[in-house]
Design a protein around this ligand. Structure first.
Ligand SMILES: [Zn+2]
Length: 485
């Protein structure tokens, strides 16, 4: 046997998932007790998730079939005695967001990085995942269907999925549900599947057409897609949630409640997240900071480059809504105005640089934290991306842009999966611009200089006038409008 076989069973009443894993026999190089590891964090959220807090029990099976509880050697590592190859653990699965794992009466949703354990010494082993108690019947009304980018087949009546190795497994979620809608479209040679659990948007035809539009635009700029198949996995439950998480060949996007999903505002919100997440298929899943290449799930992996991973993606996600005609120029200006107001009203951007704030996401990057201490890789990073984009366009007379640089980064570092460093990024931007952008790197990536003067200039290069004023609450409000002739 050359794969880890993992059989899963649900306990819906208690919202528990039981995993029974059989690991291949260890060879002479790996004798003695071994370490069973649970990830400490998940890609897309650069802070510790401490998933072991949801582990109810971990037991090994001796050769005579008797059970023995396994001891820990660290918070997220269990010691497995020599000769023990079968391990069973129980995971409590009651959280529903785009990065979690949740078992309910009509939902079987797993993000493997929350709950799958792996042999620390043998991360190249493939996984076979059998959903033992799941019977699929997607053609029948109310029958269960399965949505995932993992290859799978039905074996002995149950779905059996296969992952190449630990990196692939941890980045491949699935959703099974009796309330799963599906449709698909094809752009260039990419098959894109859209799956929706629970609430349907009010106009599914428009929903699909808009997805095809931003997919087409992004593909045109990058020239090629990393895989020949991609899956949008939507969770639209009738409860309050807003969240998106990128994966290798798919994304999970959660939004609710139902009335929000069906509203025009909610619709545009979904498209904004969807365009952002698809852009991640290139930027962060392949064009990836060196600190995260490959992912080390055993502990924190701080990186300065969140302004590329999330900043460039946030800026580009919105820009492609405009490029593909989903929003008009005024719509894009409104999105930028919202972004700039978040930027200008956060004094933390003048205390820690976006690079420093990126490093520190592992401390409190997803919480408000100490007022005035830090910036956001999403907001400050997107502002920086806009400054880089307009600078490159200005210097090249519109012949090149940040998209030109991202395509080069994809071809040079993303395709071969070479971990990205800050120098690699800024060198490619310089190559495309025909001159170095060291002032932007020094002042706005690694420094905390005020962005207002360069922002006014950047909008002017696009024929747009940027102005600001204070509202009654003393917050800065901005206006972006075509510059008068
Ligand atoms: Zn993102």
């Amino acid at each position: 046997m050359t794969a880890v076989t993992c059989r899963l069973r649900r306990d819906v009443a208690n919202q528990n998932l039981t995993f029974r894993a059989t690991f291949p026999e260890r060879n002479a190089a790996h004798l003695g007790a071994w370490s069973l590891q649970l990830p400490t964090w998940r890609p897309g959220r650069y802070e510790l998730g401490n998933f072991a807090q949801y582990i109810m029990s971990v037991e090994g099976f001796n050769s005579d079939g008797s059970r023995q509880a396994l001891a820990k050697s660290s918070l997220h590592t269990w010691i497995v005695p020599a000769g023990v190859r079968d391990v069973e653990w129980v995971f409590h699965a009651d959280i529903l967001n785009a990065g979690s794992t949740c078992v309910e009466a009509d939902l079987y949703y797993v993000n493997p990085v929350n709950c799958f354990m792996y042999d620390l010494d043998r991360q190249d082993l493939p996984y076979e995942i059998v959903l033992e108690d799941l019977r699929l019947d997607p053609e029948t009304e109310g029958g269960w269907a399965l949505a995932t980018a993992l290859p799978w087949e039905v074996r002995d009546g149950s779905p059996a999925m296969r992952a190449r190795d630990v990196q692939h497994l941890m980045d491949s979620p699935w959703i099974a549900s009796p309330k799963l809608w599906r449709d698909s479209y094809r752009e260039q040679d990419v098959d894109v599947h859209v799956w929706i659990h629970d609430t349907l948007p009010s106009d599914p035809t428009r929903f699909m057409a808009d997805h095809a539009a931003f997919t087409r635009s992004q593909l045109a700029y990058f020239g090629s897609f990393p895989t020949d198949e991609y899956h949008f996995l939507y969770l639209f439950p009738d409860r309050d949630v807003r969240h998106g998480v990128e994966h290798e060949d798919s994304t999970v996007i959660a939004l609710g409640p139902a009335e929000r999903v069906r509203s025009e505002e909610g619709y545009m919100e979904i498209l904004g997240i969807a365009s952002h997440e698809l852009y991640h298929a290139w930027n962060v899943k392949r064009i990836r900071p060196a600190e995260w290449t490959p992912y080390d799930f055993t502990g924190a992996c701080p990186s300065d480059l969140g302004y590329i991973a999330e900043g460039v993606t946030t800026y580009m996600g919105d820009l492609f809504l405009f490029e593909s005609g989903i929003v008009d120029l005024k719509g894009w200006c409104d999105l930028m105005a919202k972004l700039l107001e978040r930027h200008l009203n956060n004094p933390g951007r003048l205390n820690l640089s976006v690079a420093q704030s990126s490093y520190d996401t592992w401390l409190d990057g997803y919480r408000v934290g100490v007022p005035g201490r830090k910036g956001s890789i999403y907001v400050e990073g997107a502002v920086l991306a806009f400054l880089c984009d307009t600078r490159i366009m200005e210097r090249t007379g519109g012949q090149a842009s940040l998209s030109t640089a991202m395509r080069l980064l994809w071809e040079r570092y993303g395709k071969p999966r070479t971990g990205l460093t800050a120098d690699m990024y800024w060198d490619v931007l310089a190559e495309v611009a025909g001159e170095r952008l060291d002032d932007l790197r020094r002042d706005h990536a690694e420094g905390t200089a005020d962005t207002w003067p360069p922002l006014v200039h950047a909008f002017a290069t696009q024929g747009l006038a940027l102005s600001k004023g204070d509202d009654d609450a003393g917050l800065t409000r901005v206006t972006i409008a075509p510059a008068s002739a």
